[in-house]
Design a protein around this ligand. Structure first.
Ligand code: PEP
Ligand code: MN
Length: 343
């Protein structure tokens, strides 16, 4: 159920609607919109009588939300959510590019990557400090030392930082350093982690699970929103199919489909999506052409030396030439590319 307040509803009127929801034993969620506030109701098992709210002072209407995902659906909030990360706006008219190595490996590697991606026009630096690796014998990340290096790179370049939070134990620590918390594909349905991410007060980049449907991705986002955090950015990163010629199969379909179902921004990760360096630019271009709100791309100063995902990481010159194409495609679809913040 969604209670739509009138544009001139007062704070007291909104609060009385929320209080009524609480008295009924359910949870109210205030959802600010461009024109008016809405109050989403969760926790009810069956339908709620609209008449219980229609007629209350300040209430314009009460609607049933038919989708199982509620707070993240367009029914509840028709206008796009813009996630503002220190002035860089994800989900607005500008396409936002996040780039950097798969893993933070050393100060030299990270700062070189940061300078290179910034010079090419990226506004976020990516880099994992806690790595979810298929094998326990592979590089697991520099952990807190890696977070410190990310903070240093932010200080030197002004780039915003996105880094993965791998488990609930380290979530708070990662949140102290990151501007955006990445929840990786393997953790998309780690419900405790989703709930914790909903409470940490930081924007979340939620990647689609390896074999998750669009609806499952939206339900995972709903877990975060249900804890009061609407600062969620979705990311298509390829799914498992019968195809073995590529690492994953990029579901370009998911970009417009997600955007029709949810108000949240949608990014594309072409690197994990196709998993082959030489083809990453083609898929990145396709994503921007399909309307993605941004890209997250793996870039390493020396891909052949990378401790993880080197085979799909672009070298700085390849990334710089991709960025020129991204600018042209963004322009062709009526958008621009967000510029990095000042140092
Ligand atoms: C990554 O971004 O390096 C990563 C592990 O991505 P995913 O969770 O999409 O596999
Ligand atoms: Mn990677």
């Amino acid at each position: 159920m969604l209670v739509l307040m009138k544009p001139d509803a007062t704070a007291e009127q909104i609060e009385s609607v929320k209080e009524k929801v609480r008295v009924m034993g359910f949870t109210p969620h205030g959802i600010p919109g461009a024109q008016r506030v809405a109050v989403g109701i969760t926790g009810n098992r069956g339908p709620i009588e609209a008449d219980l709210f229609i007629g209350m002072p300040g209430v314009a209407d009460a609607l049933r939300v038919s989708q199982p995902f509620k707070l993240v659906s367009r029914d509840v909030k028709p206008e796009d959510t813009v996630v503002d990360v220190g002035g860089i706006r994800v989900g607005g008219p500008q396409v936002v590019v996040m780039a950097g190595p798969c893993s933070v490996e050393s100060e030299k590697q990270l700062l070189q990557a940061a300078e290179a991606v910034r010079a090419a026009g990226a506004s976020f630096l990516r880099g994992g400090a806690y790595k979810p690796r298929t094998s326990p014998y592979e590089f697991q990340g520099l952990r807190e030392d890696g977070l410190k290096l990310l903070a240093k790179a932010r200080q030197e370049t002004g780039l915003r930082i996105v880094t993965e939070v791998k488990d609930t134990e380290t979530a708070e620590l990662v949140a102290q350093y990151a501007d955006v918390l990445q929840i990786g594909a393997r953790n998309m349905q780690n419900f405790s982690l989703l709930e914790r991410a909903g409470e940490l007060g930081k924007p979340v980049l939620l990647k689609r699970g390896l074999s998750a449907t669009v609806k499952e991705l939206l339900m995972a986002a709903e877990y975060i929103a249900s804890r009061g955090n609407y600062q969620v950015i979705l990311c298509e990163r390829g799914i498992r199919t019968f195809e073995t010629a590529t690492r994953n199969t990029v579901d370009i379909n998911a970009i417009p489909v997600l955007q029709s179902l949810t108000h949240l921004p949608v990014l594309l990760d072409p690197s994990h999506g196709i998993g082959i360096r030489q083809h990453v630019p083609a898929i990145a271009r396709a994503g921007v052409a399909a309307g993605a709100d941004g890209l997250i791309v793996e870039v390493h100063p020396r891909p052949e030396e990378a401790l993880s995902d080197g085979f799909q990481s672009l070298a700085p010159p390849e990334f710089a030439s991709l960025m020129k194409q991204v600018e042209q495609i963004a322009h062709a679809v009526g958008r621009g590319v967000a510029q990095p913040a000042a140092r």
